[in-house]
Design a protein. Structure first.
Length: 975
């Protein structure tokens, strides 16, 4: 039935809409009998399964010279992928034994990329070489961000035959546990890396990591709804029993995003360095739809301390595995733990915190019998002496202490707790330390309050910043990123965010490789110290920016923690910022995280889903919930079009002002404490150049509400997907609310004071009456609103901002220009024989449409995605323009080279089946506007032939410092 349904849908064009690339589908055949994973593909199920062999040479639309075929099988629990690689020179196959997640790509290998939910955004990446070695990773943001430390549980074997080699892969469905619904159609790409001579890369799509081009995989008839779970890796707490027996108590957080209640079983096990396995009994629990809960498992007794692999499994009542997670855990045991409560941030006392009492607890995870006849010595001490001590003779599992802060001198100490017997002998493994620093006052000392707000010299601060670019700076921005010593040029009252770690240290030779290793040696740690020392003279310092998207270069979290601790130790007065991607794998290595799930924005949907802004924030908060170290999230919105980078679906576009504003409101409704939009590639979009400043101004006003205290009352909303905060700003109530769902809804708020008669809807030019403490408002999908009971702030309204954006676009559309367009391929399709961008070649073709967007870039500095640049050594080159409306009359073409970089060029029109030259320019070296006028011709398309570049061009403003021809804009007119 399901197979017939998919055939019907395909006939209606459904599959074409999802997967526009030509080529046959891959259909998964149902397994009959058993499958032995040996790489040989000899079982009857493999013989019956249809093969797909239309592989294309990578980067082309040409068939691959090397024959490769793929088959797919499925059963109730797993997907099976068989790949056969014809190879007449099997003796020359490049075979390299590599560890898990090692450099497989350099050997003969195959790759499988799976997008189970057809997100065209997130996918799983599997590699196997001819020896059966494995690599896996999770990729996000259209493939632009990878998580190589994601480890699935899957099996693979390879087999080398007489004139071929083959691979057999089994991937259980529990590897694809995620919130998004997974149905019977998936996205897939299969690639082959042939390393024998002649070397060739090929794939089913002709590309590798272009998720928009993945082919459809049909025939998966298994019900995958039970896999709609979000599961955190196991977190183990160490406990000590009698006779010094060591136990691990695991817990996890599980969320049910399906439509039905679930009865689940959880069990876990620890694998020791010597291979020994220690298991827990199963724990039964239930989850309602939409419910998330913490699950604590029975304790596991282990034999000794060491580095363990901690694994967690969830099964249903039939024993079917629905989720599997594992993590490394270094078990170095002491049953005693010091839990610092005050100070609460960075184990440091700041002068402007005005702390009266130091507060901490000593927790002893031992049975009462084991504590009998013991005493506990507690002290605050440095390497030389104790500045405070106390001895407890009646030891309890939990003891609380308070110490007068005034009696502790400035210094760096530890709180020490040592368990002894009655004779004063220390009990083995029964001691603990926790750092405690008391800092002297420092100008702009910055700390996180217990309320989650940031305080500079004791005054609360809503962080209103941006990624880069002096052209964007506004009076409302209070934190400005700087590099080297440019803090000297910050305006009075502005705080500096040092970019020296991210733009200085990380650019030095060997640093990124060291960060990937998991351990930084002293040479690299000293680079971070030097960066701090250079900034120490800055009187307006706020924080240090450590790293952006560390997963993109496979950084190891342990190495980043080393870097973080080094920055903190060198300058404990100022926090560390990073911008981790949405999985929150690295947030423990910072104090402030620039949260950027970067929701996909598409032109072919009624409303775009940005709920990940809230849900991934929740995941990050859950990860941090039980630890001392807390992290503040500030919101980094996506000030660019992903498709300009060749990432995500081809329908990608720039967000509208309404969408950008809704993103901000959702972040603030989650109580994020700042804004830092990524604005490095927004210049060609008025939605960015005009919209972001408007959001910064509104965000500055709303931010004061975010850091204000809660209202004395807590309003209620009659929709559980509505996220909101209610704050008392100067005696007036401010509510910031967001619909964290894709369901439009009229929401009623209640519980406001009876004295409130109306609320102003901020920036929307309207107010709503309040009756008996209640009012209602409509929320579209992911829409936000902000309300105040006080006077409406003097902000530009949403309609006014949108009007200015439309006027800016209209100004770009010059009368008679046949090429102007606001989105890719709206008016004209632009292609080129070659093109270069600074970011990656993946985005080159997708960004060419900007030649017709009415915006002339000032230079190629930065990502260079807004213009055409020639490839060194590949001139002459052509750029072709094919308008949608054909035929058309062409009599004039205007070319705008950036910085006079074009020398020789001509214009050709396509006439009578061939190209005809209509204009030539011998030397345009002194021109920044080249006007080509010729007798009008009727044609379907035309092209520019760029013959040579200006050898004397000024390269100071070019990011790549190469002689290239660069064109920022092209216009075409009938006359």
């Amino acid at each position: 039935m399901k197979k017939r349904l998919w055939i019907a849908l395909a006939g209606l064009g459904i599959l074409t809409a999802l997967f526009p690339l030509p080529g046959g589908d891959l259909s998964a055949e149902r397994v009959s009998g058993s499958i032995l994973i040996d790489g040989k593909l000899t079982e009857p199920s493999w013989e019956k399964a249809p093969a797909c062999s239309d592989f294309l040479k990578a980067g082309t639309r040409s068939p691959s010279a090397a024959k490769t075929s793929v088959k797919v099988l499925t059963d109730d629990n797993a997907l099976y992928i068989g790949i056969r690689c014809e190879e007449p020179k099997v003796s020359e196959i490049v075979k390299m034994e590599v560890p898990r997640d090692g450099g497989i790509y350099q050997s003969d290998c195959v790759e499988v990329m799976l997008d189970p939910a057809v997100t065209k955004e997130r996918y799983y990446h599997f590699l196997v070489n001819a020896l059966g070695n494995q690599y896996d990773a999770y990729r996000d943001q259209g493939g632009g961000v990878q998580y190589p430390r994601w480890n699935g549980s899957w099996t693979a074997q390879s087999y080398i035959g007489k004139d071929f080699w083959s691979t057999e892969i089994r991937i259980p469905f529990f590897n694809f546990t995620e919130k998004n619904p997974i149905d019977g159609i998936w996205g897939i790409n299969v690639c082959r890396g042939k390393r024998t001579n002649p070397r060739e890369d090929s794939s089913l799509t002709g590309e590798y990591h272009k998720v928009d081009l993945f082919r459809p995989l049909t025939g998966i008839g298994t019900d995958l709804k039970p896999f709609r779970l979000e599961v955190q890796p196991p977190a183990g707490t160490i406990r000590l029993g009698d006779r010094e027996r060591i136990f691990i108590e695991n817990n996890t957080t599980v969320g049910n995003f399906g439509e039905k209640p679930l009865e689940l079983f959880a069990d876990s096990w620890l694998t020791a360095p010597d291979g020994g396995v220690f298991t827990s009994p199963k724990t039964r629990f239930s989850l309602q739809p939409g419910e998330a809960r913490k699950v604590v498992l029975p304790k596991i007794e282990i034999g000794k301390q060491g580095k363990y692999v901690n694994a967690l499994r969830l099964t249903d009542s039939n024993g079917r595995t629905l989720a599997y997670k594992e993590t490394d855990q270094d078990i170095r045991f002491s049953p005693i733990r010091v839990q610092l409560q005050v100070p609460w941030y960075r184990h440091s006392i700041f002068e402007t915190q005005k702390i009266g009492q130091i507060e901490f607890r000593v927790l002893t995870a031992m049975d009462a019998a084991a504590l009998k006849d013991k005493m506990l010595e507690v002290s605050i001490r440095d390497k030389e002496k104790a500045v405070w001590t106390e001895t407890v003779k009646e030891v309890k599992p939990e003891l609380s202490f308070q110490v007068d802060n005034a009696k502790i001198p400035h210094g760096r100490y530890v709180i020490s707790a040592v368990l002894k017997d009655r004779n004063g002998k220390k009990v083995d493994f029964c001691s603990a330390e926790f750092p405690l620093w008391k800092l002297p006052y420092k100008k702009t000392e910055t700390w996180r309050g217990r309320d989650g707000n940031w305080y500079v010299e004791g005054k609360p601060l809503f962080i209103n910043s941006f990624w880069a670019g002096k052209d964007f700076e506004l009076p409302e921005h209070n934190v400005i990123m700087f590099f080297q010593d440019s803090w000297k040029h910050l305006a009075p009252g502005k705080l500096g965010l040092s970019g020296n770690p991210i733009f200085g240290v990380h650019k030095k030779p060997g640093v990124q490789k060291a960060l990937q290793s998991g351990n930084l040696d002293e040479k690299y740690l000293e680079l971070y110290r030097e960066a701090v020392r250079k900034d120490s003279a800055a009187p307006n310092l706020f924080a240090y920016f450590l790293v952006d998207e560390p997963s993109s270069f496979s950084a190891h979290v342990d190495a980043l923690k080393q870097a973080y601790e080094t920055l903190k130790s060198e300058d404990p007065w100022h926090p560390v910022v990073m911008s981790d991607s949405s999985r929150n794998d690295y947030i423990t290595a910072c104090d402030i995280n620039g949260h950027h799930p970067y929701p996909t924005v598409l032109s072919n949907v009624k409303a775009n889903d940005c709920t990940a802004i809230a849900t991934t924030y929740d995941s990050g908060m859950a990860r941090l919930a039980d630890g001392y170290h807390k992290v503040t999230f500030i919101f980094m919105d996506m000030g660019f079009n992903k498709w300009d980078f060749g990432l995500g679906p081809k329908e990608g576009r720039m967000a509208t002002f309404d969408e950008f504003r809704d993103h901000m409101l959702m972040a603030l409704a989650c109580d994020m404490k700042g804004l830092i939009p990524f604005n490095s590639n927004y210049h060609s979009y008025p939605e960015g150049t005009l919209g972001f400043p408007a959001i910064a101004k509104e965000g500055a006003w709303l931010g004061q509400a975010v850091i204000a205290p809660d209202t004395a009352f807590r309003p209620k909303a009659d929709y559980d997907k509505l996220r909101f905060i209610s704050r008392n700003l100067d005696g007036n109530t401010v509510i910031i609310a967001s619909n964290v769902s894709m369901t439009p809804r009229t929401v009623t708020f209640s519980g406001l004071p009876e004295s409130v008669r109306s609320v102003h809807v901020i920036s929307e030019n309207r107010s709503i009456p309040v009756k008996n403490g209640s009012f209602s408002d409509h929320f579209n999908e992911c829409q936000g609103h902000a309300y105040t009971t006080g006077p409406a702030p003097a902000l530009e309204s949403v309609p006014e901002v949108k009007k200015r954006i439309e006027e800016a676009w209209a100004k770009r559309a010059k009368p008679g220009n046949l090429l102007f367009q606001r989105c890719k391929d709206d008016t004209v399709k632009v292609t080129a024989s070659c093109t270069f961008v600074n970011y990656s070649m993946a985005g080159a073709e997708t960004a060419l449409w900007h030649l017709c967007d009415g915006y002339l870039p000032e230079s190629s500095v930065g990502y260079g995605l807004l213009l055409w640049s020639s490839v060194v050594g590949k001139l002459p080159a052509w750029i072709e323009f094919t308008p949608k409306k054909t035929p058309f009359t062409l009599g004039r073409v205007v070319v705008y080279p950036t910085e006079k970089s074009v020398k020789g060029m001509n214009v050709e029109v396509f006439s009578n089946g061939k190209w005809k030259k209509v204009h030539e320019v011998a030397d345009a070296s002194n021109l920044d506007r080249i006007e080509c006028v010729f007798p009008p011709e009727q044609t379907d398309k035309f092209r520019l032939n760029i013959l040579s570049a200006n050898e004397k061009q000024d390269l100071r403003r070019h990011g790549d410092k190469q002689i290239r021809a660069r064109i920022g804009e092209v216009e075409a007119y009938s006359k």
